[in-house]
Design a protein around this ligand. Structure first.
Ligand code: C2E
Ligand code: CA
Ligand code: CA
Length: 652
């Protein structure tokens, strides 16, 4: 008894201290909610094993040093405790390896991984059990102490060294994905494991090692098992740390996955002034919704106003992503509850593909800022990396290559965006918009590739392709009967300075037997005098032949008001930046009203572009715009869908 209350032996002290530490760890561990699944279960086993080993090891040590214990427990029981202790130490080694693998989410999917875990475990089992039948591995002396007897125990040590090497390799490989204090904790953990072998040889006791494991689990419960590190407290989803960790470990393991983000405009402002409870309630509503539509994804709330889903084995141009974006868009048309009030938010989805689009961590930071900027002004389809105005030449070079071969490789398709006419209440025109879908990059926005195509000259081929496709559609389908009066087709400045533009266009129209009144070319203003005069010549030639022109993006740049009266165009397209700004500030609204007045006074028609809400449409119609184009009515769509759209909307 006296050895327990006043232990003179350091081994007993260590075992007792270890039990206290491990029990504290167990209490902390069980007070946390269940966030980690497998990792948490393995950690639970680890704590249990630490307590177990220290208890049986403690009993064994007490038995050796205490007559009282000897009178209570038999010699055989002591030996049994010692065997259990030894077996337990091996189990701790195996479980620690499994824990390390769970932390880094490594599956046992390769033979070598299984071998690294299984071989040492097998050696240990054989060594412990064979000792029951002979004295090959260890034996007990008269005092009841255990001794290793031969080389076989050496092989056990060697196989344990295998573990340690594997562990060291993992910690080294993944060290970038975890914070430095975590790397230190892991290193300390496995150094203690490694020290187990020499400690055993020096002290002839497992106690220092057993105490070390207790210390290690206590460190882990504050780092790897600490939910506040990984769980965002308001929304109940993953934190920024958790997201970084997930992305990083997936990258190291070369998994294919997509980071699908939903940036919610003004969400952080909305909850900024609310109580914690109200904010948490709102975030949880959104998180619950997102979890429901795709339960397989890991969900994070890493930044104010941005939810992130990580979808494994999905590429960003997968239809699933568009489907999710569509579903989310519909849901966000309805209000959310903030306390008793209904609040509405605008959301912008974006998708980044790993490792195709981003293969390393450094690039993420670079892309993130661009994404943020772009999200503020985007079209609200799913924003992709290829939409970004990334400065790196490498990216432009890839696009350059794709664009050069786009026509030949059949990567282009023409979409049509219906344009509404308030006068007739129908969609009587449309704009042809080119789409490029590359096998590797997925969808690339024309806002990105057209400028590149203008630089390398391929825009000529692209626009010729678009014009032929439009003519073919007009000739081969019933769109004219469905109420379409003409199609708006974009012309680049590069087209307009070709001396043969007019002839080439007229040839194409003739080939498909399309009347010149069925095409309306959209051109933009140019600065340079010489270019302007060539453009004017071409415009004049085509106008004489009966082709009409629109001034695109009017008001976006340096609209030259004095030139407006003389440009030979039939209509002006108010740029979407003007339209959208008008509904955000009074001054912009006045600017827009006056632009409309001037255009009307010149006797030209007006198209309002980028109309996204019913309120905007109503106001623009009231102000006298002749054509309304925008997502509120319809998005650009493939030909077949466009025809369906006309059937549905123009005759009902
Ligand atoms: P753009 O000529 O100003 O075309 C209108 C753009 O506004 C299209 O973008 C269209 O999808 C988008 N849009 C339509 N309604 C809305 C709305 O309600 N809200 C917002 N935010 N956006 C709306 P897209 O298709 O990405 O085209 C971008 C630009 O690429 C075009 O701007 C045009 O300059 C150029 N482009 C597109 N197709 C062609 C083409 O065949 N040839 C040439 N040369 N350029 C083209
Ligand atoms: Ca246009
Ligand atoms: Ca435009």
């Amino acid at each position: 008894m006296e050895v327990i209350f006043r232990p003179q032996n350091y081994e007993i002290c260590l075992n007792m201290a270890a039990i206290v530490l491990a029990v504290i760890t167990l209490i902390i561990h069980s007070s946390e909610e269940d966030y980690y699944g497998k990792q948490r279960r393995i950690f639970g086993i680890l704590i249990f094993m630490v307590i177990f080993v220290n208890v049986v090891g403690g009993i064994h040590n007490v038995w050796i040093y205490s007559d009282w214990a000897k009178s209570l427990l038999s010699y055989g029981f002591n030996c049994f405790m010692a065997v259990l202790e030894k077996a337990g130490v091996y189990v701790i080694a195996v479980v620690s390896m499994c824990y390390l693998m769970a932390i880094f989410r490594i599956e046992l999917d390769r033979v070598w991984k299984v071998s690294v875990i299984a071989i040492p475990a097998l050696c240990s089992v054989i060594s412990v059990f064979s000792s029951l039948f002979n004295r090959n591995v260890f034996y007990f002396d008269a005092r009841g102490d255990m001794h290793l007897s031969n080389v076989f125990s050496g092989t056990v040590n060697i196989s344990s060294a295998l573990y340690l090497m594997f562990a060291a390799y993992l910690i080294y490989k993944y060290s970038k994905s975890i914070s430095s204090e975590k790397a230190i904790v892991l290193t300390a953990f496995f150094l203690m494991m490694a020290a187990g072998i020499p400690l055993k040889l020096i002290f002839h006791s497992y106690a220092p090692f057993e105490f070390g494991t207790a210390l290690a689990v206590l460190l882990c419960v504050y780092t790897f098992q600490n939910p506040s590190e990984f769980i965002e407290r308001l929304s109940g989803t993953g934190t920024k740390n958790a997201l970084n960790f997930t992305v990083y470990t997936n990258l190291i393991q070369k998994k294919v996955f997509t980071v699908f983000g939903i940036s919610i405009d003004r969400l952080s402002e909305a909850i900024g002034s609310e109580s914690l409870e109200a904010s948490s309630n709102l975030l949880t509503q959104i998180a619950t919704y997102l979890r429901r539509i795709y339960p397989d994804a890991a969900l994070f709330y890493p930044d104010d106003g941005v939810f992130i889903m990580v979808l494994e084995d999905i590429r960003p141009d997968d239809e699933l992503i568009e489907g999710l974006a569509e579903q989310i868009r519909r849901r966000f048309k309805d209000p959310w509850k903030l306390r008793e009030d209904d609040v509405r938010f605008t959301e912008s989805p974006f998708a980044v593909g790993f490792p195709d689009e981003i293969g390393n961590f450094e690039k993420i930071v670079e892309v993130k800022d661009e994404m943020k900027k772009m999200l503020l002004r985007q079209n609200r389809e799913v924003l992709r990396i290829s939409d970004l105005n990334l400065k790196y030449a490498e990216h432009d070079k890839k696009i350059d290559n794709i664009v050069r071969k786009a026509v030949d490789n059949g990567l282009l398709e023409v979409y049509y965006q219906p344009i509404y006419s308030p006068l007739t209440g129908r969609f009587d025109t449309c704009e042809a918009l080119v789409r490029l879908r590359d096998h590797q990059f997925g969808f690339i926005s024309p806002a990105i590739f057209i400028p590149i195509a203008e630089k390398n000259g391929t825009v000529l081929g692209i626009d010729r392709f678009v014009l032929s496709s439009v003519c073919e559609m007009l000739a081969a389908t019933e769109v004219l009967d469905l109420g379409i009066k003409y199609v708006e087709v974009n012309l680049s400045v590069v087209d307009c300075i070709q001396s043969n533009l007019a002839d080439s266009v007229l040839d194409t129209l003739k080939k498909f037997r399309i009347g010149t009144d069925k095409i309306n070319f959209e051109i933009t203003e140019t600065w340079e005098k010489e270019i302007t005069s060539v453009v004017d010549d071409n415009v004049q030639k085509l106008t004489d032949a009966g082709v009409a022109f629109s001034m695109d993006d009017f008001g976006s740049g340096y609209s030259n008001v004095s030139r407006m009266a003389t440009v030979p165009v039939k209509l002006f397209k108010l740029d979407k930046s003007i339209v959208q700004a008008a509904f955000e500030s009074e001054v912009s609204y006045m600017v827009m009203i006056n632009m409309i007045k001037i255009i009307k006074s010149l006797g030209k028609e007006i198209v309002a572009e980028g109309v996204e809400t019913g309120e905007q449409a109503k106001q623009l119609i009231r102000l006298g715009c002749d054509h309304i184009q925008g997502f509120f009515y319809a998005r650009p769509m493939p030909e077949a869908q466009f025809i369906e759209f006309l059937k549905e909307h123009n005759f009902s």
